[in-house]
Design a protein around this ligand. Sequence first.
Ligand code: SF4
Length: 206
Amino acid sequence: MTNKQEAIFSYLDELYPNAHCELNYSKDYELLIAVMLSAQTTDKAVNKVTAILFDRYKSVESLANASLSDVENIISTIGMYKVKVKNVIGISQGLLAKHAGKVPNDKEKLLQLPGVGNKTANCVLAELFNEPYLAIDTHMQRFAKRLGIAKSNDSVEIMEKKYLRFIPKERAIKTNHQIIWFGRYKCKAISPKCDDCKLKEFCKNI
Ligand code: SF4
């Protein structure tokens, strides 16, 4: 491991020893739906609407049979809700029709569900099945560019490959959460808190 890798991982461990997924869920399909809903919006905003949604619809069957307008009313405070409402119901119907109502531990099968892209599939596989997949969200992208892990014009796919080489497999899931927390609470897009940051010597943003 290089000095840079050691410095980054030990600083992230110091700051966020218990970083974890901040979406609230109690069932596998609830996580999948919450992650799909979190595109282009905050986990906090998603948790507000899923608290109501999952309380009203307590099973994947009830969500599959929910009325579009009722679900739309519940999730209307989050971005792109008009598309997402169809995905909430479509995912539930897809899980029932093809996977006996369970979230499959299979990336290709996940990607066939409506509204499930690479980031959502990776996030769910890591969270539910402890598989070493990385969710490359806006914080992961910013971190990769600022810390020189990827180039500023790299695609998300290339960035994911570079991260997979940079982060040891056994700490992929933990580090993914830690970088997301670092981006949310310290290395923000605007006005990052650089004064006491221990990664300054590796940072291209300084
Ligand atoms: S020095 Fe500032 S911009 Fe660079 S990694 Fe630290 S917080 Fe982020």
